[in-house]
Design a protein around this ligand. Structure first.
Ligand code: D5M
Ligand code: FE
Ligand code: ZN
Length: 514
């Protein structure tokens, strides 16, 4: 019942004090009692304290005696009471980040939907503060063991992989076999076949994919974990008949928020670069402050990395920099964020240009830099799995798209969502170790997509895309930088100034362009 009460209230945007819940639980029908009490509030309380309940009870009682009708509270009375509550700094469940200031604003500009509801943000998975990697040999063994075991568990739930055996046993059997393995290498033979060297905890094996098999177009990448069904061939080779990826379900239902608020997604601001698109940013900032209805619902702004251009990220970067001091770049970025309306919660991830270790998972930018920002800005790691108003979001800067583009022939920088679909299929954000994406061997593999998100967002490629894929909203969130000489050299055509927006109650997509 405690849970039910808590859910009932939080879904309405009200946070109860534990004492208030205890009191309500002393009634025979706590939910009914609470509902009848809530009728006596003129305005929805953001924080429900025991004191407030008592006060409203007294009013309700008086009202029922005096008027024998519905209790009416004067807005001023509620206002002053709420201000009092604010001063008391009530106990708030840890995972909620609240802004009691909202209470006061609520009444002045009711037309801004996002202002009426406090933020509900819960971080579900983030490396920040939890890194144990020292980059030693043992760390790598531990990391890959964790990757294999976690992905093996995920694959074992697949029906096609029933009756799987260990690799050492599979090699000895003379019938069709099935096993789960990590791919050590993928090689093409002169005659156009492919050979995978694979391994599990019991041994290694060589798997042949013939050039006539439909599997030849399934781009297996080193270090991914797959299930293989095959039959014994010549020279100890196992001939692959099917390859099973962990995949995502065909149609996942969107976890809907109770209230009609939205999240906007941007990335790659590259503050400090000569090619930062200041005019586009100003137009965005102006729109979000006094814009149309679409802007009024925006409660969250998720910024998926490369917030500044950084220093020494690529050769001769100094020639492209307008601000050549990292601290000043973040100061400038903080200034840009200070013009975003205060009712919008901003979530900032780092990318490969930010001032944190490049190896993924990357922790949030250091406290010394965070101090430059208002406390309303939340800094998280890359990747980060979090919940906004109940909707689950996986945000990843997207460095590994470089690896997909350079190893899988069908992948291009102009279609980043294709690489994201491949990540979902492999249930891993950066499967290959030793490519363009540096990986830190943490105790646990933070790059595995263990839970299927409602929204999956990346940045990095300075492109753009939004698509509903198997019930998951896929987004690549553009950029605020024009083409640099480095990108020109690599034929990368940026698509800047686009802001994809998802309504968290309906899952609907919107796009605003600047
Ligand atoms: O990435 C900006 C663009 O440059 C993006 O499209 C990817 C591309 N890029 C970045 N790093 C590399 C490497 N190492 N190889 C190939 N392409 C790359 P940004 O992270 O903003 O510099
Ligand atoms: Fe970038
Ligand atoms: Zn990047």
């Amino acid at each position: 019942m405690r849970e039910e009460l808590l859910n009932f209230l939080t879904q309405r945007g009200t946070l109860p004090e534990p004492k208030a819940i205890d009191y309500l639980l002393s009634f025979e029908n706590p939910l009914d009692y609470l509902s009848s009490l809530l009728n006596h509030f003129e305005e929805k309380p953001l924080i429900l304290t025991l004191e407030e309940i008592r006060r409203v009870e007294a009013i309700a009682e008086r009202a029922s005696i005096e008027a024998k009708g519905r209790a009416q509270l004067k807005p001023e009375a509620v206002q002053s009471k709420l201000l009092e509550i604010q001063k008391e700094a009530p106990a708030v469940p840890e995972h909620f980040i609240k802004e009691p200031k909202e209470v006061v604003r609520l009444r002045r500009r009711k037309e801004i939907v996002a202002r009426e509801y406090g933020p509900e943000l819960k971080i579900l998975k983030d490396i920040t503060g939890k890194s144990t990697s020292r980059g030693k040999m043992e760390d790598f063994q531990r990391y890959f063991r964790n990757r294999f075991q976690t992905m093996q568990r995920m694959l074992l739930s697949r029906r096609e992989l029933g009756g799987c055996v260990e690799v050492s046993k599979a090699k000895k059997l003379s019938r069709e076999v099935c096993f789960i393995c990590i791919v050590n290498s993928v090689k093409s033979t002169k005659s156009g076949h492919k050979i995978l060297e694979v391994e599990d905890e019991t041994g290694t094996a060589s798997v042949l994919i013939t050039k006539t098999s439909p599997l030849i177009n399934d781009w297996i990448v080193p270090d991914e974990v797959v299930g293989i069904r095959g039959s014994p061939g010549k020279d100890d080779l196992i001939i692959a008949e099917s390859i099973v990826h962990p995949e995502v379900p065909i149609n996942k239902e969107f976890r809907k928020a109770e209230v009609s608020v939205s999240a906007a997604f941007i990335s790659d601001v590259h503050v400090g670069s000569k090619s930062f698109l200041e005019k586009k940013w100003s137009a965005f900032s102006q729109w979000i402050n006094d814009g149309e209805d679409l802007a009024k619902e925006i409660k969250y702004l998720v910024i998926s990395g490369d917030v500044v251009d950084g220093i020494g990220v690529y050769p001769r970067q100094d020639e492209d920099l307008l601000i050549d001091d990292i601290h000043r770049q973040y100061e400038e970025f903080a200034k840009l964020l200070s013009s975003i309306p205060e009712w919008i919660k901003i979530i900032v991830l780092p990318g490969n240009h930010d001032a944190v270790r490049p190896a993924e998972p990357q922790p949030a930018i250091p406290t010394s830099l965070r101090n430059l920002f208002s406390s309303d800005v939340i800094f998280v790691g890359n990747p980060c799995y979090f919940q906004l108003h109940g909707v689950e979001i996986l945000s990843y800067h997207g460095k590994s798209i470089d690896d997909f583009v350079s190893t899988v022939p069908s992948m291009t920088y102009s279609r980043p969502l294709e690489a994201m679909k491949e990540m979902l299929r492999k249930r891993h954000l950066a499967p290959t170790y030793g490519g363009k994406t540096p990986i830190a061997p943490e105790e646990e593999d933070y790059l595995i997509i263990e839970k299927v998100p409602d929204i999956f967002v990346t940045g990095h490629v300075h492109g753009f895309g939004m698509e509903n894929y198997r019930g998951i909203r896929l987004i690549n969130s553009s950029a605020w930088q024009s083409q640099t000489s480095y990108q020109k050299m690599r034929n990368i055509d940026p698509v800047p100034g686009k802001v994809p927006i998802v309504n968290l109650a309906s899952g609907e997509f919107f796009l605003k362009e600047f």
